[in-house]
Each structure stands twice: as C-alpha cells, then as structure tokens.
Design a protein around this ligand. Structure first.
Ligand code: NAD
Length: 513
C-alpha cells in the first residue's frame, strides 16, 4: 500500500489524520461509534470513521433544509458553474481518489480511475444540463390563456449507495440533483466510508469557496439504521437507493408508507445470448470481462451465458481456456485480471453458491476456491468459477455477487433464448452476440429482452453516462445518469395564465353568478 502511494493519496484527499485511527470529517455530522475500514487488498486497517447518530442526523437535515432555501434560488446555469468547479477538483484529484477507491473497495487501479472518470463525465453532462431543464408549452383550449409546465427543485435528496461503485453512483445522483437545485444527503456503504469522506471534503471546499452555505452536500455514515433515518423522514422527498434487491424492498416500503419518491437501482442477473451467428472472439472477451471484471461485483456483471447448442462446445472451450490464463492477485498490480471480493461474508456467499449449484445438479467446469498464502492474506481472493446449470435452478435465479458464471444451452429459435434470458426476477442488463440482423432486432423488439439495458455485440457490463441507467422488475425500475433521468430530481408544475378580463372555465362549463 505504501509503494502504491495510499498514504500520500489520503493526504491529498484531506484525510491523512484518519490514518492514525482517529476520525475525520466535519464535526457536525459524525459523533457516533467508529467504523473501521479494512482494505480487501491486504487486510490492513486503513482508517476509522465516526458514524452519524440520530442527533447528528437532525443537525444534518436541518442544515440541508436551510441550505436548500438559498441554493434553489440560484439560477440553474450558475449552479452548473459550481458543478463545473467541482469537476475541476475531481480532475485535479483523479489519481489519489482513484487510488483510494481501488484500495478501499478492491477494484483495479485502472477501474478506480475509470470510476472517477465517470464522475467527471456526469459533471460535464450536468453542466450542460443546467441550461436545459426544459418544460413544455401547450395550447390552451381557452382563448387568451397560456399554459406551460415547468420543473422546480424537489428539496433534500437522500442518496444511499453500494460498496461496489463507492463514488460514481453518488456523483450520478448528486451532480444532476445539484444542477436541478436540490441539496443532497449521502449515506455511502459502511464498507467504503473513506471514499465518502474524500468526496465530501472536495464538495464542501468548492461550495465554501463559492460563499455558499454548508449543507448543499452532506454526508452521513453508518449501516442500514442510519439509512433508515432518511427513508422514514418526510423532509427527504426523494430517496435514491443503490444496492441489493433485499434492501430495495425495505427502502421502497418505508418511503412508500410516507408516499415519498424512490429511485431504486438494485441487483441484476445479467445474461449474454450467444447465437449461431456470434463472433466467438468478441463473445469470449465480452463474457470473460463481464464475468470476472471487478471480481464479478458489478451490478451489470455477466452471470449467465445462454448458448445455442450448435455452438455450445466451441464457446465453452474457448471460455474455459481464457479462464486458464486469468491472473488473480493484488488489484493495484496492473498485470492481474482479478482482485479480491469486498469481505469474508462475500467469500462465504461465493462458496455457498458453488455448493448449491452442485446440489441442484449443476456441474462445475472451472473449479473455484479461496486463495491462501503470500499476497492473499486478506482472505478475500477467490478463483473465478464456471458451472453448467439450468436456468431454473434456484441459485441461478439468484444474484451471487462474485465471479461465478453459469452456462446454459438453448436450442431452436432465438425466442427460446430470450425466454430463458427473461425468466429471472431481475431486469438490469442483457446482451446478444450475433451478426444476424433478424436475431439482433428481435432481441431489441417488444418481444425481446425485458431489461433496462439491452446490447448487441457488447457484453452486459458497464455503461456510458449519456444513456439512462437502470433496470426493470426486481432491479427496481429507477433510471439515473443521462437522457432525461434528471426529471426524477424535480417536481413538475403545470401553469395556466389568463391574460383576458373574462374567466372562461375549462371544458366550456357555465357557472353563472
Ligand atoms: P446492500 O443492499 O447490502 O447495501 C447498499 C446500501 O444500502 C448500503 O449503503 C447499506 O447500508 C444500505 N442499506 C441496507 N439496508 C438498508 C435499509 N433497510 N435502509 C436503508 N439503507 C439500507 O448492497 P451492497 O452489498 O453494498 O451492494 C451490492 C448490491 O448492489 C448488488 O445487489 C448490486 O447488483 C447492487 N448494485 C446495483 C446497481 C444498479 O445501478 N442497479 C449499482 C451498483 C450495485
């Protein structure tokens, strides 16, 4: 870690004092028990962060609500200018932040930098958006009337994020919410609290330099109990929550009880369909990266390959060969392909999945296992595994957040493959590998994939910020990032103005007095 420069990175991110085991951050948001952040890379304690108590939370939400009153009045393009400055800081601190993401979460340094790049990209998008928060005008049916709709900021937006994209998901939400005129309270995953502190330090500095009040960006720390302060709080009109489907169901019901809005980005169970017209080389790259990249800990990771029986052996052998070349180890070393899982609980889930698939009648064709010895001291490094399985096995229906790939055969037409692909509860990402136009178009048609993301000749994993991101069914239905995802962060108002001296009623109703 020292060679990698993590101490220097923490210092540049303004959290050097944390390394001694003391807490950090603005005093007003954290006075509770400490949570320790251990790196899955080498098992070392990086630092401790204080959690947010109920009293602290009250201070946070009051500060945020009062900041909203100032922020909402600033013209949107000026808010965009503040986001532009925040983005300058992200560009300046890309390397240290990328390093911290990589060390605290366990993804490769390249992916850590990629994640910060996503933050930069969404900020660019948000700056342009700050001049394009368009409403519509409509023709009124009444003479001398004008009708239009406009979007106003919502208020305090609560962001709950997962460990696997510890900083990008926050930025996807917060950059849009800020230009929309909202203020944000972020509860990062308790597994990656330090990246949260680092981002908050950057944001707070930029708001301060602009003479803006504290509270436009807020951080609260802790586990689900701290998340529940927000989900049950009617002062927080929108909760954007990213994480497991289990969490999403609880959050949706808590927010639903008070008729708040929720934006849910939950688990996936993503498949690639490999048809007789697939390019095998592209299929192997897409499938292997999709299944083992970030050690299978992306919501868009490839979990299932649905392969036509005429191609099955060829594809299977090529993928098994590719798995034989994978190097597993320290993700900070660029020559490794696969890093660690986030913690030992994740390792236990991985082991359980491999046992379960065999119990259900599956066959392991690339053996898994937990690595031990030098370089694997954290106990979080596992071998990517492949099993042949049926789509309706209970374990295949379930998202295991680890590098376990299931191979399934289909025969006959593309419809059969699409049936299998859609026969899971989740609906995030999907892909087809084919050079056949009819198959590709069928897959994208109304009778095709039921997912929020459907790709042709690309894997399931990863997405660009320009499109709306999210999925259907138990993935939660939310959309964030590009396209018109900004609308969820605003409230819509329809306005009708009468510029005559008469008061005609709608639908020609007469009400003579
Ligand atoms: P998780 O559900 O364990 O935790 C996610 C966040 O929710 C954490 O901050 C946690 O503290 C909080 N939380 C948990 N229960 C809560 C409750 N009852 N009330 C309020 N907050 C609560 O998920 P994880 O292990 O951190 O992340 C992995 C999961 O996230 C996977 O299922 C993955 O597919 C999903 N994910 C989805 C997307 C997407 O965009 N669809 C993106 C990234 C991750």
């Amino acid at each position: 870690a020292t060679e990698f420069g993590i101490d220097e990175a923490l210092k540049q991110l303004g959290i050097n004092e944390v390394n001694n085991g003391t807490s950090t951050g603005s005093d007003w948001f954290s006075s509770g028990e400490e949570i320790s952040s251990y790196s899955p890379v080498d098992g070392q304690l990086i630092a401790k962060v204080k959690t947010t108590t109920k009293d602290d939370y009250e201070k946070v939400v009051t500060t945020a609500s009062s900041a909203f009153k100032t922020w909402r009045k600033m013209p949107a393009p000026q808010r965009g200018e503040v986001v532009r400055q925040f983005n300058e800081e992200l560009r300046r601190l890309k390397e240290p932040l990328g390093k911290l993401v990589s060390y605290e979460m366990g993804k490769s340094y390249q992916e850590g930098l990629g994640e910060v790049q996503e933050m930069i990209d969404i900020c660019d998008f948000a700056v342009g958006l700050s001049r394009q928060l368009h409403g519509l005008t409509m023709h009124s049916e009444r003479p001398g009337h004008r009708m239009y709709e406009q979007y106003h900021p919502l208020g305090v937006v609560g962001i709950i994020s997962a460990f696997n994209f510890p900083v990008a998901v926050w930025a996807w939400n917060t950059a849009l919410a800020w230009v929309c005129g909202d203020v944000c309270i972020w509860k990062p995953s308790e597994k990656t609290p330090l990246t949260g502190v680092a981002c908050q330090n950057i944001a707070q500095r930029v708001f301060k330099e602009n003479g803006l009040p504290e509270g436009i960006s807020c951080l609260i720390n802790g586990d689900y109990k701290v998340g529940e302060f927000m989900t049950t709080d009617k002062r927080v009109p929108l909760i954007s929550a990213t994480g497991s489907t289990r969490m999403g169901k609880i959050v949706a019901s808590k927010v639903g009880e008070r008729l708040g809005k929720s934006l849910l980005e939950l688990g996936g169970n993503n498949a690639i369909i490999v048809t007789p017209d697939a390019d095998i080389k592209m299929t192997v790259i897409g499938a292997v990266f999709g299944a083992v990249g970030t050690a299978g800990q992306r919501c868009t990771s490839t979990r299932r390959l649905i392969i036509h029986d005429s191609m099955y052996d060829k594809v299977k052998n090529a993928i098994v060969d590719a798995y034989g070349q994978l190097k597993i180890g320290n993700p900070l070393d660029e020559t490794n392909h696969v890093g660690p899982l986030i913690d030992k609980d994740a390792v236990a889930n991985y082991n359980k999945a491999l046992e379960r698939v065999v119990e259900e009648g599956g066959k392991i064709i690339v053996e898994g296992g937990v690595l031990e010895g030098e370089g694997y001291e954290s106990g979080c490094y596992v071998k990517p595994a492949i099993a042949e399985a049926q789509n309706d096995f209970e374990i295949v229906q379930h998202e295991t957040f680890a590098p376990v790939l299931y191979l399934t055969k289909y025969s006959g037409d593309i419809e059969n493959a699409i049936d299998l692909q859609n026969s899971v509860n989740q609906g995030l990402s999907s892909a087809i590998m084919t050079n056949n136009l009819r198959e590709a178009e069928h897959f994208l048609s109304v009778a095709g994939s039921d997912c929020g993301i459907a790709n042709v000749n690309i894997g399931t994993s990863g997405a660009e910020i320009g499109g709306a991101f999210g999925g259907e069914k138990e993935t939660g239905g939310g959309r964030e990032s590009g396209s018109d995802a900004w609308k969820v962060y605003m409230r819509r108002q329809t306005n009708t103005i009468n510029y005559t001296t008469e008061l005609p009623l709608a639908q020609g109703i007469k009400f003579d007095l």
